[in-house]
Design a protein around this ligand. Structure first.
Ligand SMILES: NC(=O)c1ccc[n+]([C@@H]2O[C@H](COP(=O)([O-])OP(=O)(O)OC[C@H]3O[C@@H](n4cnc5c(N)ncnc54)[C@H](O)[C@@H]3O)[C@@H](O)[C@H]2O)c1
Length: 464
């Protein structure tokens, strides 16, 4: 068994630390966030992640897992994993300040033969930079291995312990082999390559997944006006093994702590080197447009959004996580608020103060019926299980107008309509009631005169 340190005990690092401890390794987690470390040291997870609480408590109680809020005099570890945040800076570049700070803090206290393993998602070339920085900051023999992390929030513990693949990249074959030995009992292929390629595999994987979602969302927009059903289109497409059925669920788009920053950072890095990554730009733009589509659908039914009262179901960026970073639900809520609507966000799994820290004007509650009182519409934005079976009869009684925009295509349209609601969704015009009506073409091309008349409803401007 190895001695392991994990620098950064957030969404990714805490899962890495607890999982390695559960496999019998001796693990120390180091994080500059004292509150987080205090909670972890008591065996209490600061994040919501299925299976994590039990692993954390077990690790702490067994003594295999300890936490530090400061860098010790010596990090007694064979492997030092980095999992600090790498957010987007205002320019679109990846912000490497936390990574550099962690690197210079650990360099003087590393064991001479320690291997630094980077799990933070970083631009190509960053691990080389970390190695240079380590060597000039007190660790002259340091070697770095890139080991990008592919876990998904909401299923992170299982993803880490039963991964599809383990990617390792390094310019130092001996270090790479030692890190590979850590994973020898995992039932997954270990893909080895040079360090820059490993860094690129992570960005390319996230960009591809984001593209898949944006692609089906663009298909949804086309289905909406041509009278096809995108969920069946996805079903039919997904049966082709070259395409695959995953990540083909149309909705209000992707978000979270990874896709937005990683696609943006990759596009930025490409542009710095003279490559116009047009596809990546389109992936981002289509995603943005899905948020605006919800507003358009509401406007179709309600007229002006101003002074309406709208309930947004969900605050986290997807179900089974309390993470609200770049949440599509909150972006929709914020757009509605900016349009003059009174917005109430319903989510019992996030800390309301986390939401109001970012969006001070949003009201967050876990009381659905109270939130829905006198509301003009509900937008289902995050498909938490409890939102799949809503008390429609009670909602219809308390709401001013019974209207639901199903931003995740998860509700049974017949059940919703039978309860007296108007049902709107994404790319399934047939599910919205009646037979699908092909949108009347007013102009030949939307980019020439951006006016369409949609199913006889109010005009939709392309620039909306
Ligand atoms: N969240 C995910 O699902 C996920 C999945 C795969 C990869 N990743 C990558 O992992 C990295 C971390 O992401 P996250 O979501 O866990 O971020 P996070 O913000 O949840 O956690 C980062 C942690 O690093 C700590 N930190 C910052 N500077 C530090 C320093 N100098 N020394 C010690 N600790 C420091 C912060 O206090 C924080 O607790 C990112 O690069 C991300 O892209 C995340």
């Amino acid at each position: 068994m190895a001695e392991i340190a994990v620098i950064g005990c957030g969404q990714a690092g805490l899962v890495v630390a607890t999982s390695f401890a559960s496999l019998g390794h001796q693990v120390v987690g180091i994080d500059i966030d004292r509150r987080k470390i205090e909670a972890c040291s008591r065996g209490i997870s600061p994040i919501r992640e299925p299976g994590l609480d039990a692993l954390l408590l077990d690790g702490v109680q067994s003594g295999r897992l300890t936490f530090l809020a400061e860098y010790p005099d010596v990090i007694e570890a064979d492997f030092v994993f980095i999992a600090v945040d790498t957010p987007t800076s205002p320019s679109g570049a990846c912000d490497l300040r936390a990574l550099k700070s962690a690197t210079t803090s650990m360099a003087p206290v590393l064991r001479d033969d320690a291997i630094v393993v980077n799990k933070s998602t970083v631009p190509v070339g960053t691990c080389d930079e970390i190695e240079r920085l380590l060597r000039t900051s007190g660790a002259p023999r340091a070697t770095v291995v890139s080991n990008p992390e592919f876990l998904q929030e909401g299923d992170a513990v299982r993803n880490f312990t039963q991964p599809d693949r383990i990617v390792l990249g390094s310019n130092h074959p001996a270090s790479l082999a030692r890190v590979a030995s850590l994973y020898q009992d995992f039932d997954a292929p270990i893909f080895t390559c040079d360090v820059r390629t490993a860094e690129m595999i992570k960005y390319a994987s996230n960009a591809f997944l984001a593209m898949k979602i944006s692609f089906i969302n663009e298909m949804a927009s086309i289905c909406d006006v041509l009278g096809a059903d995108v969920s069946h289109v996805a079903g039919g497409m997904g049966l082709d093994p070259r395409i695959g059925g995953k990540f083909l669920r149309a909705g209000i788009g992707w978000g979270g702590s990874c896709f937005p920053k990683d696609v943006t950072a990759l596009e930025y890095a490409a542009s710095l080197h003279g490559v116009r990554a047009q596809l990546l730009r389109g992936v981002v733009e289509t995603n943005r447009d899905m948020r605006r589509q919800v507003i358009r659908k509401l406007r179709d039914e309600l007229g002006p959004i101003e002074s309406t009262r709208v309930v947004v179901l969900g605050a986290s960026f997807k179900p089974h996580t309390s993470d609200i970073r770049e949440s599509p639900a909150l972006e929709v809520a914020n757009l509605l608020r900016l349009g003059g609507a009174e917005v109430r966000v319903v989510d019992g799994h996030v800390a309301p103060e986390d939401v109001t820290a970012q969006f001070p004007h949003l009201v967050v509650t876990d009381d659905l019926l109270e939130a829905a009182r006198d509301a003009d519409a509900i937008v289902l934005a995050t498909e938490w299980p409890e939102f799949l079976e809503l008390p429609f009869d009670e909602l219809a009684r308390v709401m001013r107008r019974p209207l639901i925009v199903d931003g995740r295509n998860v509700l049974d349209d017949r059940v919703v309509r039978d309860a007296g609601f108007i049902y709107r969704c994404i790319g399934r015009p047939g599910a919205e009631g009646g037979t699908p009506v092909i949108t009347e073409v007013v102009n030949e091309r939307i980019d020439r005169e951006p006016v369409l008349v949609r199913n006889g409803r109010s005009p939709v401007l392309a620039s909306d």
